[in-house]
Design a protein around this ligand. Structure first.
Ligand code: F6R
Length: 602
């Protein structure tokens, strides 16, 4: 997804921009560009594809002395990934970068074109720079021209603009897309998330929707609809070490191995001797709540779905789960005795954020489960529980899913405690199982070697079914999603009992079935479903603590004392399977094609 970096100061601007954009690479992009004004000279470079292409193009350029600069990684929304469509977009004497979508761009573009303005790109963003220059040509006042411009924009944006008409200033505005300002002495940085400025800025201010202003002479002037406003900076995190690869081949691999460790962080201070406690939650949050609704997308949706079984079984509270992009437009009937939970790794997913805003508008209490503090979803929610997974760089989510699921499991128990719906024996059993979870997540080298070996048999065929029952059905969905994201092979997750209602028609030796066969939950039921597939000659990879003679391949798991332990152990197996198939196919594991880490457009 698009990323923004900006800098105003005396340091080498090209390197600051390129290094910053590099930090945003993991979000996914298809082109990149930078624009710099120094000594009244405007320079602009763009390249399609990886950032290295932009580095190659700029290798003979260095920017010394005071100046202003903006950079962008683009993930195509309006118009193909071409150099012309890459940001920064250019007018006659100004440049702009933008994240989000300008919904009324066509109307603005038509107006400008009717006045003779020529557009070079197919993007919505280009309208911003032309509108700015049109306003400036009328009033000869860059700040007023910028304000007039943003007052015309509808939709979501985080935008930076530089212009030769005021060559020491960066103009900025934020509405609906993330943007922050970093400070270090008189140096000022802008970015769409904090990773590009960690190690450079020491303090940060996270812009709110509707805020805009400009950076000049080492100072920020901030405004909103009510006029000038003050703001407080906060210290910026300094630890980037966690975000490095630590000797693993891929971030995804490192993140799979990290799960055992980060799970301890997730549970710390929350899993107590005899209960679950979330000190960040106010007990009133659950007052008068008789129902839970969860909204999320992708992998986060899968953790939500798994938790719905736990909320109903353990907390005895009705729980519905919805895909955020569907929820937004179905005109949902919402009741204020419903707790609205959103789940998001990034905290910036546009559909989830909008679903949350709708629920809030309808008067529902809201809780977010998120990996990124200060993200838009966290700030928008009444309460938040952080998953504490650390920065996740692999586009295919792994440790974020594991920690979301753990938080939700803990939350199900927390709600059960609050509602007195759990007896002491079950509570003890759940807490004991939780304590063992990090062990179930440790990647056994022998298992990894086995998955590497097995993967060579699964590189072709006409598709994969991942099947499971109960909480293993969402895990099957997640296993299939992981595989298709990074292998580009077709994979589907199915409830195993549903196969005979249609999908079993596909069964033959070229249909690969990954069967999740936990011992502690409905083993006999799933066993007979898998036998039905074996009888039709499907190729079966069974994952289970109990041997299963009919399987073509078998992975033996160890932790069968509790369904959640089996869940986490099997999750690791499916992650390694996807990873090793992708490696054999020669794909880009960390940055799979067409995908973005943070989906800030609907
Ligand atoms: C898959 C994946 C995506 C995200 C989805 C929601 O590996 O990462 O499916 O889960 O785009 O993103 P978040 O959780 O950031 O809201």
């Amino acid at each position: 997804m698009c990323g923004i970096v900006g800098y105003v100061g005396k340091n080498e601007k090209k390197e600051i921009l390129l290094d910053g954009l590099q930090e945003l690479e993991y979000r996914g992009y298809d082109s990149a560009g930078i624009a710099i004004i120094e000594d009244k000279q405007l320079k602009n470079f763009k390249a399609v594809g990886k950032l290295q292409n932009l580095r190659d193009k700029t290798k003979d350029y260095a920017s010394e002395g005071f100046g202003v600069s903006i950079g962008h990684t683009r993930w195509a929304t309006h118009g193909k990934p071409t150099e012309l469509n890459a940001h920064p977009h250019m007018g006659a004497y100004s440049f702009v970068v933008h994240n989000g979508i300008i919904e009324n761009y066509q109307e603005l573009k038509d107006e400008l074109q009717a006045q003779g303005v020529k557009f070079l790109s197919q993007t919505d963003t280009e309208t911003i720079v032309h509108l700015f220059e049109k306003n400036h040509n009328i009033n000869n006042n860059p700040w007023k021209a910028f304000q007039d411009t943003i007052s015309k924009l509808e939709g979501a944006y985080a935008t930076l603009l530089i212009t030769e008409a005021d060559e020491e200033t960066i103009f900025f505005a934020k509405n609906g897309s993330p943007m922050l300002i970093g400070f270090n002495g008189s140096d000022i940085y802008f970015a769409s998330s904090d990773t590009p400025i960690i190690g450079k800025a020491t303090e940060v201010y996270y812009l709110e929707d509707g805020e805009f202003g400009y950076a000049k002479n080492g100072e920020i002037k901030l405004f909103d609809a009510n006029g000038a406003k003050s703001f407080s900076k906060q210290p910026l995190a300094t630890d980037k070490a966690m975000a490095q690869k630590d000797g693993y081949r891929f971030f995804m691999e490192k993140e799979i191995y990290e799960q055992a460790q980060v799970m301890n962080d997730t549970m710390m201070g929350r899993l107590l001797d005899d209960k679950i406690d979330f000190e960040e939650l106010d007990e009133n949050l659950f007052e008068n709540i008789t129902n839970i609704k969860i909204c999320a997308c992708g992998t986060s949706y899968h953790s939500a779905l798994a938790s719905s079984y736990l909320f109903e079984r353990i907390s005895k509270i009705p729980c519905q789960v919805e895909i955020a992009s569907e929820f937004r437009y179905k005109e949902p009937l919402l009741r204020d005795d419903t707790l609205f939970i959103t789940i998001s790794q990034s905290g910036e997913t546009a559909d989830t954020l909008e679903a949350l805003k709708m629920a809030k508008k309808a008067g529902l209490k809201s809780l977010s489960i998120c990996n990124v503090d200060n993200s838009s979803i966290v700030r928008e929610s009444d309460a938040a529980v952080l998953t504490r997974a650390g920065i996740e760089k692999g586009v295919a989510s792994t440790k974020a899913f594991a920690t979301q699921t753990m938080v939700l499991w803990m939350l199900a128990i927390y709600v059960a405690q609050a509602k007195n719906s759990i007896d002491s024996e079950l509570l003890k059993k759940e807490l004991d199982a939780m304590r063992h979870t990090p062990k179930a997540l440790v990647v056994d080298e022998k298992l990894h070697t086995k998955m590497t070996r097995l993967s060579k048999r699964y590189l072709h065929g006409h598709g994969f079914f991942f099947i499971g029952r109960d909480i293993f059905f969402p895990l099957a969905l997640e296993g299939a999603l992981k595989l298709k994201e990074i292998s580009y092979l077709h994979a589907e997750g199915y409830p195993s009992g549903e196969m005979k209602h249609g999908p079993i028609a596909l069964a033959d030796a070229e249909l690969f079935t990954v069967a999740l066969m936990p011992k502690s939950l409905h083993y006999d039921k799933i066993k007979s479903n898998v036998e039905e597939l074996c009888a039709r000659d499907a190729t079966v990879l069974a994952i289970s603590p109990d041997s299963f003679d009919l399987a073509d391949d078998f992975v033996k798991t160890k932790y069968d004392a509790h369904p959640m332990l089996e869940f986490f152990e099997m999750m690791v197996v499916t992650q390694l399977l996807a990873l090793e198939i992708s490696v054999r196919l020669g794909n880009d594991v960390d940055m799979p094609r067409n995908l973005a880490k943070s989906v800030t457009v609907e």
